[in-house]
Design a protein around this ligand. Structure first.
Ligand code: BGC
Length: 741
């Protein structure tokens, strides 16, 4: 059994300051710097200790207490062995942290984070993170490098799959739900682990969506878009923060004291620790910011990076830097206090082996309760993009279903990217899911998507030429009443190092789609992808389109339940889908230009070869029923016309089946000292309605929703006129004017 309790209370950390000071006083400089050092797993623990090379050095460092945490060491036996070295061999016996990228599950895999965000269901997201924490903690891990709370507006960037999309308000809520799921309300419980909000900051704004690229953004975007999800995570007790690979306005994030010292540890009073990203300290040399690794260590430590991931810059150089006065002892002590604090809170000083219970390891991985939780999450993550003439849901007695496409029977790709611990081919495929409902489904692959193996660390080679399978698929489509086509990106076409310049269906898939369409246009297109795609042809021609992302272990079951109507889709896009790549970055919360409206001449803000409209806007998603919005009202404004203001709206299910709707509230501050976006999400509620049922939905607008950060990073609330909008997506809204005095 797993025990899941939704946490409403932010964990109150116990106070370990006395123990921390006592321990710190006993530590040598080398031991302190050791705590600031993170190594990647380097040695097969069941074999003999390494006899040479860097592995030997790392091993000796563990014995000396010169390592604070390990990455990628997992499994009770492995963790126990290495923890024993630290605890039993080193002078002070300080336990290690064991970190890993548990991004959307450990063995049992949830939908990719972008898909989960499409559920707008914070409870389900929290639960999904708890499942991940439960399995991760059962294999000895006590720290995950998640959630990624980077906002991104660029679908070309491969890591959009790992975040919550383009909006800072939704991003903050989702990030907090994940932090709560991983950490629970007691960090020392055996099934909770420390979370890590990453990548601080602005990594999602890499120019042209190219991985690791330059970030150059203004103060308004930094304070209002990039930072809010991090602040929300810190306000909700996230215990660690990871900095980033990118430079931000010329200063690498890892050596950035405005971000790490002034904002994070200063203004926000973050008292956990900052870990650098993989070798990001060392990479400051390539950025042209540090002369060498010693200089990099000096800049990183002084700027507030507390722990160095795998670059060996700290362990190699900090001692000399302290001795020469370039890094003050205070800087070291502050970093070590923070790291020890998290170790105390995890309960590692009470029992360094508390996450090393072989019984839990055996019982909990792939537990049926976890499968049930990720199935629930997967259903909620699906977005219905188009459903002409109610082609969906399919009739359960439907005869002659053709299932076509390279991803239709795939059991691996739906696990998505960043699922390092899960076993290959453990997802339920769409074919398997459909077979639970009917034996009338016939399958033809049509084409390969990938040539050769697809793996996390290598480039994925796409089939651009081989169309040999088309004929069989066309024949099958001709002989069928309805065709389900499963197309999209392979799970390893998104994630780190996977930027694209195209947002189409990779390889020969568009050709396959069009070829099948010619013989049977009754197509349900099931998309699997790790980022928004630009598919205007499909939108124009294909009657039903279902966005199924990469949904994890239970993928095929979730999709089948939606296709056959056992679950009524309720997901809404957390990121705008463009019509063409040239529109990117395209996002709903943009500013108005000085010439926003069409004029007879060419001189207005537009393209000559594409519309300004997205293919599908932020917040968009259909249901098998319909919802009508009415009676948008403000009530209980106080006598002075100030906040809080209650906004109410009536939502009615006008269709024939029960359904869930995400009711969204947007504001537009019409005149401000810093221009405000044309729309900003400031509230949402997921409600469920029976056919014919109405509900009054209420939102509160307080200063937190009405204000914004000025270019000095100061939060201000300015009186004046606002448009308040409530609706089913960012484009279809009821609007009403509100004056704040
Ligand atoms: C990624 C991080 C990740 C780290 C450790 C880096 O390449 O940017 O997000 O946590 O590797 O695996």
């Amino acid at each position: 059994m797993i025990f899941f309790v939704k946490t409403n209370i932010v964990a109150q950390n116990k106070n370990y300051e006395v123990q921390i000071e006592t321990l710190l006083a006993k530590m040598t400089l080398e031991e302190k710097i050791g705590q600031m050092n993170l190594y990647n797993g380097f040695w097969e623990v069941t074999g003999p200790p390494p006899a040479e090379g860097s592995a030997k050095i790392k091993y000796e460092h563990l014995e000396k207490g010169w390592v604070g945490s390990m990455l990628g060491v997992r499994g009770v036996e492995q963790v126990r062995k290495i923890q024993e070295l630290a605890v039993k061999k080193s002078r002070l016996g300080i336990p290690l942290l064991f970190g890993f990228d548990v991004i959307h599950g450990y063995k049992t895999i949830s939908p990719i984070p972008l898909a989960e965000a499409a559920s707008w269901d914070l409870e389900a997201i929290e639960k999904s993170a708890r499942v991940a924490a439960t399995e991760a903690s059962a294999v000895g891990l006590n720290w995950t490098f998640a959630p990624m709370v980077d906002i991104s507006r660029d679908a070309r960037w491969g890591r959009v799959m790992e975040g919550a999309g383009e909006d800072p308000y939704l991003g903050a809520k989702v990030g907090v739900a994940r932090v709560k799921g991983f950490q629970g309300d007691d960090l020392s419980a055996p099934n909770t682990i420390a979370a890590c909000a990453k990548h601080f900051a602005a990594y999602g704004f890499a120019e042209a969506g190219k991985e690791y690229n330059t970030v150059d953004i203004g103060a308004s975007t930094l304070y209002n878009v990039v930072l809010p999800p991090f602040k929300a995570a810190v306000d909700n007790n996230v215990r660690t923060v990871m900095n980033a690979f990118n430079i931000l306005n010329g200063v690498p994030a890892t050596g950035n004291s405005l971000l790490q010292r002034d904002i994070l540890k200063g203004n926000w009073k973050f008292n956990g620790f900052v870990v650098s990203d993989w070798d990001s300290a060392g990479e400051m040399v390539a950025h042209g910011f540090a002369r060498d690794r010693s200089h990099a260590a000096e800049l990183a430590a002084n700027a507030g990076s507390d722990m160095d991931m795998e670059s060996s810059a700290f362990i190699g150089h900090l001692k000399a830097l302290v001795e020469s006065g370039k890094v003050k002892m205070d800087v070291i002590d502050d970093a070590v206090r923070r790291i020890l604090r998290v170790k105390f809170e995890l309960g590692l000083f009470d029992d360094p082996f508390k996450y090393c219970d072989p019984k839990r390891e055996k019982e909990l991985l792939y537990h049926p309760d976890h499968q049930a939780a990720v199935l629930d999450m997967a259903k909620k993550s699906i977005v219905l993009l188009k459903n002409d003439n109610q082609l969906l849901p399919l009739n359960k007695k439907q005869q002659k279903i053709a299932l076509i496409g390279p991803l239709a029977a795939d059991k691996n790709s739906p696990l998505g990217s960043w699922r390092l611990a899960s076993d290959d081919n453990t997802a339920v495929s769409v074919l398997e899911g459909l077979q639970q409902y009917t034996d009338q489904v016939k399958y033809a692959k049509g084409a390969e998507l990938v040539v050769g193996p697809a793996q996390f660390i290598y480039e994925t080679k796409i089939n651009e030429t081989d169309t040999d399978g088309f004929e069989e698929a066309i024949k099958l489509a001709k002989a069928s009443e309805v065709v389900i086509m499963v197309l999209g990106e392979h799970g390893f076409q998104s994630g780190e190092g996977r930027s694209r310049t195209k947002l189409d269906l990779p390889g020969v898939q568009q050709a396959l789609l069009e070829a099948v369409y010619k013989v049977n246009p009754r197509i349900v297109l099931v998309l699997m992808n790790g980022r928004p795609l630009a598919l205007p042809w499909a939108d124009e021609h294909i009657p039903a389109i279902v966005e199924a992302w990469q949904l994890g272990s239970q993928s095929g079951n979730a999709i089948a339940q939606v296709l056959f109507g056992d679950y009524n889709p309720s997901g809404k896009l957390p990121m705008t889908f463009p019509r063409s790549v040239g529109q990117v970055p395209i996002y709903y919360n943009h500013f108005s230009t000085g010439r926003p409206n069409p004029v007879p001449l060419v001189f207005w803000a537009h393209y000559i070869d594409e519309s300004n409209q997205p293919l599908y806007p932020f917040g968009y998603g259909l249901s098998y029923t319909q919802f009508a919005y009415s009676n948008l009202e403000f009530i209980q404004t106080d006598a002075a016309g100030k906040q809080p203001i209650r906004v109410v709206v009536t939502v009615k299910n006008t269709g024939k089946v029960a359904g869930e709707e995400v009711v969204q509230l947007y504001i537009h501050d019409k005149v401000a000292s810093i221009a405000r976006p044309v729309k900003e999400l400031k509230g949402f509620q997921k409600i469920s309605l029976q056919p014919g049922e109405s509900k009054m939905v209420e939102f509160k607008l307080t200063e937190a929703e009405l204000g914004f950060y000025n270019n000095d990073g100061v939060f201000v609330v300015e009186p004046g006129e606002f448009d308040i909008m409530v609706g089913t997506n960012s484009q279809s809204v009821l609007a009403k004017n509100l004056v704040i005095k």
